[in-house]
Design a protein around this ligand. Structure first.
Ligand code: TPP
Ligand code: SF4
Ligand code: MG
Length: 291
C-alpha cells in the first residue's frame, strides 16, 4: 500500500504542529519501528493518565506500536480505562456509547470502503473486557457473524477498572474485588473460544509480558482483517490498582498468568493461513525480510 500523509502547501508548513512533523519525519507514520523501536523513536502513545504500572496502558502502547499503517487506521473505543490513553494516541479515534463499539466500527469500515474503495483503511476496536464480554457481547458476536472486516482487541484486566472494581464476565472464578467482596461465582466468559466459532478468521491470546508475540499477533490480525475477515486478539493487561499488587509487579503477574491460564494461542482459518502464505511467498520473491 502506498503510504500517504498530509502534504501541506509550502506556505503552511511552518504552522503544522511540531508533534505532527515528528510523527511524519521521525516515524511512526512513514516508517514503523515496531515494538523494538519503543523508547528510541517518536511514539504514537507518549503520555497517558493511567495509574503507575497499568497493564492496560502498556497493552495500548504495544498494540499501537504494532499497527502496520497507523496513519490509515481508525481505533474505535468505548468507556473504560483504555479510553484515557486512546484519546491521547496519535491515531484517529472514535468513542462510542458503552458496548456499541463493534456496531459503530462495522459502520465506519463499510463507509470507508465506499469512500476509499482503492485504499486500505484499518478499523480496530480496542476496549476493555467489560465492554466486550458483558454489555457489548451481542454486538461483538454479531459483527463476527456478519464477517465484518475489522479487528477486535480486548484489553483484559479481568475487572471494571474505570468504575472502581466491579466484577466483569472476564474476572476469574473466586476473584474478590472492591465491589465483589464475596468472590465471583462463575468462570471467565469464553470469548476467546467463541470468537473462533462465531466466524473470526484469526484469533490470538497473549499477555503484555510477551511484547514480540503481541506485536506479531496484532500485525497479523490487522492484515487478515483487511483481506479475509474479522479477527480477535485478547490481551491480558493486569490492573495493579484493583488487583492490589505493587505497580512494579505487572510483568511478573502477566508471566505467572501465562504459566497458569493465559498461555499464548493462535488460530487461523484455512483462508487466513492461505493469505499469509501468499504474502510470505510474495515477500520472499521480493527479498523482503519480515521482522
Ligand atoms: C451504558 C453505560 N453503562 C455503564 C457505564 C459505566 N461504565 C463506564 S466504564 C465501565 C466499566 C468498564 O470496564 P472494562 O470494559 O472492563 O474497562 P476497564 O475500565 O477495566 O479498562 C462502566 C460500567 C457507561 N459509561 N455506560
Ligand atoms: S484502575 Fe487499573 S486498568 Fe484502570 S488505569 Fe488504574 S491500573 Fe490501569
Ligand atoms: Mg476491564
Amino acid at each position: 500500500m502506498k503510504t500517504r500523509v498530509i502534504t501541506p502547501a509550502d506556505v503552511f508548513e511552518k504552522y503544522l504542529p511540531e508533534e505532527y512533523r515528528d510523527l511524519v519525519d521521525r516515524g511512526p507514520y512513514l516508517e514503523n519501528h515496531g515494538v523494538a523501536g519503543l523508547g528510541t523513536t517518536k511514539e504514537l502513545v507518549e503520555q497517558h493518565p493511567h495509574c503507575a504500572g497499568c497493564g492496560v496502558s502498556l497493552g495500548i502502547r504495544l498494540a499501537a506500536a504494532s499497527l502496520p499503517s497507523p496513519e490509515d487506521t481508525i481505533i474505535v473505543g468505548t468507556p473504560g480505562c483504555s479510553f484515557f490513553a486512546l484519546a491521547q494516541t496519535a491515531v484517529n479515534y472514535s468513542n462510542t456509547a458503552f458496548g456499541n463499539q463493534n456496531a459503530v466500527a462495522s459502520g465506519i469500515k463499510r463507509m470507508l470502503q465506499v469512500r476509499h474503495p482503492d485504499k486500505n483503511k484499518d478499523v480496530i476496536v480496542m476496549v476493555g473486557d467489560g465492554g466486550i464480554a458483558d454489555i457489548g457481547l451481542d454486538l461483538t458476536l454479531h459483527s463476527w457473524f456478519r464477517r465484518e472486516k475489522i479487528t477486535t482487541i480486548m484489553l483484559d484486566n479481568e475487572v471494571y477498572g474505570n468504575t472502581g472494581g466491579q466484577e466483569s464476565g472476564m474476572s476469574k472464578i473466586g476473584q474478590k474485588l472492591n465491589m465483589a467482596p464475596t468472590g465471583k461465582k462463575f468462570p471467565k466468559v469464553p470469548v476467546y473460544d467463541m470468537a473462533k466459532t462465531a466466524g473470526c478468521a484469526y484469533t490470538a491470546r497473549v499477555t503484555v509480558a510477551s511484547p514480540y508475540k503481541l506485536e506479531k499477533a496484532v500485525r497479523k490480525a490487522v492484515l487478515i482483517a483487511r483481506n479475509v475477515g474479522p479477527t480477535y486478539v485478547q490481551i491480558y493487561t493486569p490492573c495493579p490498582t484493583n488487583m492490589k499488587f505493587p505497580s512494579n509487579g505487572t510483568i511478573n503477574v502477566a508471566k505467572e498468568a501465562e504459566k497458569e491460564y493465559y498461555s499464548f494461542d493462535e488460530y487461523f482459518t484455512k483462508e487466513a493461513e492461505q493469505y499469509l502464505a501468499e504474502q510470505n511467498a510474495l515477500k520472499n520473491s521480493q527479498g523482503i525480510d519480515e521482522k
